[in-house]
Design a protein around this ligand. Structure first.
Ligand code: HEC
Length: 426
């Protein structure tokens, strides 16, 4: 049940983030806090260029890292009072110390990451777009306002950028872009980079800045990887990583890989170019659960218990669980039954085959209906078909049943089992 617990933690955090996005914090406060996040982002990405193996690799970069972390710490002190401010200031001090001591890149990356999230959390910064970014609008804006420096294809080779030092970023640089989140790009677009030709574009509307950030991120995302991601996404994968835009916006490709595996980065590539798919292509949760249960059965039959277990967990977490709350309103007993059945299924997958055979035989004696996984969720399926939610079998007041007609494959039960609830497994 460890996974379930982690998942809930994650969901609570994500919910909090979503709430933050909709909250409207005082603007000035957002500005400084956003600048801190922005500085931390840069330190996380650029530090390995400055220090390697405890030695300064590039003096200028190192000075910048020292300056950025000192600035972040100083700015933090100026933020409005907040119950977590003291701890944040202390952590910022520790980070600045790590950088001055030329600590290992992993330690600095972890420290910047933690502090960045803590600031976002404490000061309720918006981290994801509120509406699907319009990439068409992003492309137009890019050509009009950015291509002169960054180049028509984002290679950092625009005519106006030729003599600039530092040079305009190359958005086709895969290694660097894999470390950048869309939110990080959005922050750069909003706040600019002090001391460079990259001026702030805060005067553009928020939607336009998000559209630009997604468009820019798309230069490396739209590739063969994206095509694979599209297939994966359309087959119903990646819903845990991308239930909304928060992870898509806030996690870099590298962070996603570490947290959700390689497939998630391919799906990210696709979704960056099609952010509206996050809300559009959600399969109905029960259909998804059904599909994963069938796959679990397949895996189980092939003797792959571990895969079957994972698929059954997926069926629950990314399928059934999503409708639990609404189902509980309509039919709490059915909700609990579904929950029990899914749990029993997970337990059974971990049970030696011999015991299941025995249980099956016992069940077959008592219940002549074919024993299939599908039986477990048939009722939930009926419920999920929309009309089914309000539908109770039996004549309605007008004498006509309000229920959709049964498909021929699931004829009503007759004979001695008519009207009986399917039994839970032993
Ligand atoms: C006058 C030239 C110029 C224009 C116009 C310009 N930029 Fe930049 N941009 C730069 C430079 C130079 C940098 C590199 C700053 C640095 O080295 O830190 C940069 C950096 C960036 C970065 C950071 C990339 C990273 O890897 O961190 C983003 C994102 C960005 N620009 C987006 C835009 C967008 C979007 C526009 C148009 C709205 C735009 N820029 C317009 C010069 C320009």
């Amino acid at each position: 049940m460890q996974l379930s617990f982690d998942y809930w933690l994650l969901r609570v955090r994500r919910l909090l983030l979503v709430l933050m996005v909709t909250a409207s914090p005082a603007l000035a406060q957002v500005d400084s806090a956003q600048t801190i996040v922005h500085l931390l982002d840069y330190v996380g990405v650029d530090y390995p260029e400055a220090v390697a193996n405890g030695k300064v690799k590039n003096e200028d970069e190192f000075k910048e890292m020292v300056e950025f972390t000192a600035q972040a710490a100083a700015l933090l002190k100026t933020l409005p009072e907040n119950p977590r401010k003291t701890a944040l200031v202390a952590d910022a001090g520790k980070l600045a110390q790590l950088v001055r001591n030329k600590a290992a890149a992993e330690a600095v990356a972890a420290s910047t990451r933690n502090l960045r999230w803590a600031v976002i959390d404490a000061y309720k910064l918006p981290v994801a777009p509120k509406t699907p970014p319009d990439l068409g609008a992003g492309a137009k804006l890019y050509q009009a306002q950015c291509a002169a420096c960054h180049g028509a294809e984002g290679r950092g080779d625009g005519l106006a950028g030729v003599k600039l030092d530092p040079a305009p970023s190359n958005f086709q640089d895969r290694e660097r872009m894999a470390q950048r989140s869309v939110y990080g790009l959005y922050n750069t677009i909003t706040l600019g980079v002090k001391g460079t030709a990259m001026s702030p574009f805060g005067q553009l509307r928020e939607e336009d800045r998000w559209a630009l950030a997604f468009y820019v991120a798309g230069f490396t995302a739209e590739t063969a990887d994206g095509a694979r991601g599209e297939k994966l996404w359309k087959a119903g994968n990646g819903r845990q990583a991308f239930p909304d835009w928060v992870n898509l916006a806030t996690l870099s490709s590298n962070e996603l890989k570490a947290r959700y595996g390689e497939e998630a980065t391919a799906i990210r590539s696709y979704l960056i170019g099609h952010p509206d798919a996050v809300t559009r292509d959600k399969p109905p949760p029960i259909a998804f659960a059904q599909q994963k249960l069938n796959e679990a059965l397949d895996a189980y039959r092939k003797g792959n218990q571990a895969a079957a277990q994972q698929l059954a967990i997926k069926a629950y977490i990314e399928g059934f669980e999503l409708i639990e709350a609404s189902l509980a309103n309509v039919d709490p007993e059915l909700m609990r039954e579904g929950e029990r059945n899914m749990m029993m299924l997970r337990e059974l997958i971990g049970t030696p085959m011999r015991r299941i055979d025995l249980a099956k035989r016992r069940l077959a004696l008592a219940e002549p209906e074919p024993f299939t996984l599908a039986n477990l969720t048939t009722k939930s399926l009926v419920l999920s078909s929309g009309r089914g939610m309000a539908c109770r079998p039996g004549p309605s007041p007008g004498g006509i049943s309000a229920c959709p007609r049964r498909r021929s494959g699931s004829a009503p039960r007759t004979g001695r089992n008519a009207g009986r609830r399917p039994r839970p497994w032993p």
